[in-house]
Design a protein around this ligand. Sequence first.
Ligand code: PLP
Length: 442
Amino acid sequence: MNSGEFRRRGKEMVDFVADYLEGIEGRQVYPDVEPGYLRPLIPTSAPEEPDTFEDILNDVEKIIMPGAASPACTELETVMMDWLGKMLKLPEAFLAGQVGEGGGVIQGSASEATLMALLAARTKVVRRLQAASPGLTQGAIMEKLVAYSSDQAHSSVERAGLIGGVKLKVIPSDGKFAMRASALQEVLERDKAEGLIPFFLVATLGTTSCCSFDNLLEVGPICNEENMWLHIDAAYAGSSFICPEFRHLLNGVEFADSFNFNPHKWLLVNFDCSAMWVKKRTDLIGAFKLDPLYLKHSHQDSGLITDYRHWQLPLGRRFRSLKMWFVFRMYGVKGLQTYIRKHVRLAREFECLVRQDPRFEICAEVTLGLVCFRLKGSNKLNEDLLERINSAKKIHLVPCHLRDKFVLRFAICSRSVELTHVQQSWEHIRQLTTDLLRAQRD
Ligand code: PLP
């Protein structure tokens, strides 16, 4: 949607809301619809080609409005998470469908999803061990629980461990910054010998620093053998899995208990929208279910409805699935794939430009839209270059450390980025580099 159309549609939307408010007395306070009313009214998967804005808005009146106050919010979310799961070719077990044991929920952030998974895993292991040895206290078990991630995992994983009150151990990644079986097994053997209880592992697909990928096909089976909950954090990279050529990066998801990525990072859905699936929704619901009288409702125990308050920290929730519904229909799957592919292509263009300049080196494999690069030379030299780049305020780069190296990160992330922006950025970086090296010589 270009800015002209956005202006027009935005104004129409204000009219839509104003009409709704003016006519609100003519609407029912409590809906007539039965649980499950929405799923048969919309297609079973996202459209390949874009729908028109008019069609979508008509459907809001026809399909959403009858579900006032507000089963529509829950039901659209369940179906949108199935649509998105199908776009990623997630195993059937993660989808809610009409009879499945899995399902998706929209969380606010990847950090929340990791925390929810860790807390659910913690409850599950405590219950299992107490069932086997009724004398064991929760405190005695908690003391021995250990969670794991690679040394490249996002800091939110460590935070989940802190909030969840369990130890978190870091598995050293390999030369490509990936978690591998051998390193994991070594730590597990040592911890078990010390009487610790491994119960949870976060594998990252698309790490924050350099977009590396833990080896799911290796660590997944180990988690299953050891009865550890496997959570996959694909916060950024997950969006790319809608493209068949990147879907192999998700191979091994079948070993996971939960999987999460942020459509708000790279799938054109506005913040916030973090998509989380679990293979067995009872694992989440069972961990956090409380039912005070003021939250009881008529279909509560029918098993017919999803009650998302049991899947998340907050009670109240936004109607975030509307954003997904609009975006998936306005772009179609093909439009979203085109968007991802363009960013990856531009990252590769940038990589080529860097490789043509012998003063620079590429520091990690470029798989998606992130290029890690640096000037050959000291960390100080690269820190000085970054300082010049960010002080000039034409582009903004966020650095990282890869092992002991200070590295610059060029991330393609704007909706409107074009090849000329990438070329201009590179020219700018080259010019600042020349200035820096000259200043050092003088
Ligand atoms: N996990 C990874 C791999 C990330 O790159 C990030 C953020 O950049 C996060 C988690 C945290 O995401 P959120 O802000 O959704 O909690």
